[in-house]
Design a protein around this ligand. Structure first.
Ligand code: 2NL
Length: 344
C-alpha cells in the first residue's frame, strides 16, 4: 500500500505539473481526491491491514493527500493569474492611437439662407412668426382676398385634407393670423419662414413642397418708399452692395399696388447673358402694399393703417447665389451636395 500511495503521489504531481487548463486540473482533483477517487480507494483497503501498519499508512495517506492538494491549489492560483494576464494582454487599449473620426453634420443650405434673411430683419426690429402647415381655407385664401371661386386660387392648387382644410400654399396665413392677434393695433413687424405645398409636377424648377419667407410691416403711414428701402437693403445684404434693384408693376390678390423686384445681373453687369435671359435683370421676389380688404378682415382700419408685404422663395435665392441648377437637390439629400454648404 505504501508503494501504491507513493506511485499515486508521483503520478498526481506529474499530471499537475503538466496541466495547462483549469478544467483539466479540476478533473485531476476529482480523480485523486474525490469521494470515489484513488486515495479513497486506497483508504478503503485499510481494514485488511494490521493494527501496527494502519496508523503508518493512514499518516502516509494523509500526507500524500495534503501534498497533492497543495500542488493543485498552487497550480490553480498560477493558472488563474495566467488567465488574467492573458486577458489583460488581449484587451489592452492603446490610448495614444488616433481616434476614429466622427461624422459631423451641419445645417441645411435652405436653413442657412432663411437664417441669413431672419438675421437681417430681426436687426431691423422684425419678429419671426410661425404657424400651422395644415391650414384652414379661411386663413389660406379667404383672409387674403382670395374668396371661393377666385381665379387666382387655380394657380395655387394644393393638397386638401377636407373641403375646409389644406396644406398651406404660402406662408401668408401666418401673417393674417398674427395681424388678428394684434386686435387692430400696430405696429406689426414680422418675418414668416416655413414650408409650403402646391399640387405641382416636380422638375428642375418646380417642387410640390418648398419653402417661403414672407415679411409684413403694418403701421400708420407705411408707404411704397418704405417697401423700396427695405427691399433694397435685403437685395444688397443677400447679393452684395454693388447690386441695383428694379421694381416692376405686377399683380397679387392680397396687395395693391403690387410689384416684382429684380436685381441687376452680376454675370453680365446688366449687358445681357443667359442667367438673366439677356435682360440684365433677375427676378427675386414679389411684394406690394397690403390690400385694404386684407387689413380690414384682420381687424385693422384701412383708413388709419397701411402696410407692405413681400414674399420670396429661399430655394430661388440659394440657386441664384450658389449657381444650383436643379431645385430637387434641396430635397434628395445627397450629402455630397449638402456638405458643400455646411456652416460651422
Ligand atoms: C411671391 C410673392 C408675396 C405677399 C406675398 C402678403 C401677406 C399678407 C398680406 C399681403 Cl398677410 N401680402 N404677402 C405679398 C406680395 C407678394 O409673395 O412671389 N412669393 C414667392
Amino acid at each position: 500500500m505504501k508503494e501504491r500511495l507513493q506511485t499515486l503521489k508521483d503520478e498526481a504531481l506529474n499530471q499537475v505539473k503538466t496541466v495547462t487548463d483549469q478544467q483539466a486540473l479540476q478533473d485531476i482533483r476529482v480523480h485523486y481526491l474525490g469521494k470515489k477517487g484513488q486515495i479513497t480507494e486506497v483508504l478503503k483497503g485499510m481494514g485488511k491491514l494490521s493494527k501496527e501498519e494502519r496508523p503508518v499508512i493512514g499518516q502516509l495517506a494523509n500526507e500524500v493527500r495534503d501534498v497533492i492538494t497543495e500542488a493543485i491549489e498552487a497550480k490553480k492560483s498560477k493558472l488563474e493569474e495566467e488567465a488574467i494576464e492573458k486577458q489583460l494582454q488581449e484587451e489592452t487599449v492603446d490610448v495614444t492611437l488616433p481616434g476614429k473620426p466622427t461624422q459631423v453634420g451641419g445645417s441645411h443650405l435652405l436653413m442657412n439662407v432663411i437664417r441669413d434673411i431672419e438675421d437681417l430683419f430681426t436687426s431691423m426690429g422684425y419678429q419671426v412668426a410661425e404657424g400651422p402647415e395644415v391650414e384652414t381655407d379661411y386663413y389660406n385664401f379667404e383672409a387674403l382676398n382670395l374668396p371661393k371661386g377666385h381665379p387666382a386660387r387655380d394657380m395655387q392648387d394644393s393638397f386638401y385634407i377636407t373641403e375646409e382644410l389644406l396644406m398651406r400654399t404660402h406662408t401668408s396665413p401666418v401673417q393674417a393670423r398674427t395681424m388678428n392677434k394684434h386686435e387692430g393695433k400696430g405696429p406689426v413687424k414680422i418675418i414668416c419662414p416655413g414650408k409650403v405645398y402646391r399640387r405641382d409636377t416636380d422638375d428642375a424648377t418646380h417642387s410640390h413642397q418648398f419653402t417661403q419667407i414672407e415679411g409684413l410691416y403694418v403701421d400708420e403711414d407705411v408707404r411704397m418708399s418704405d417697401l423700396k428701402g427695405t427691399l433694397n437693403a435685403l437685395a444688397k445684404h443677400l447679393f452684395g452692395e454693388e447690386r441695383e434693384i428694379r421694381l416692376r408693376p405686377s399683380f397679387f390678390p392680397f396687395t395693391e399696388p403690387s410689384v416684382e423686384m429684380d436685381i441687376s445681373c452680376k454675370v453680365c453687369s446688366g449687358k445681357g447673358c443667359s442667367v438673366c435671359k439677356k435682360t440684365g435683370w433677375i427676378e427675386i421676389l414679389g411684394a406690394g402694399l397690403v390690400h385694404p380688404n386684407v387689413l380690414e378682415m384682420a381687424g385693422f382700419d384701412p383708413e388709419k393703417y397701411s402696410g407692405f408685404a413681400f414674399g420670396m422663395g429661399p430655394e430661388r435665392i440659394a440657386m441664384l447665389k450658389y449657381g444650383i441648377e436643379d431645385i430637387r437637390h434641396f430635397y434628395t439629400n445627397d450629402v455630397r451636395f449638402l456638405k458643400q454648404f455646411h456652416r460651422v
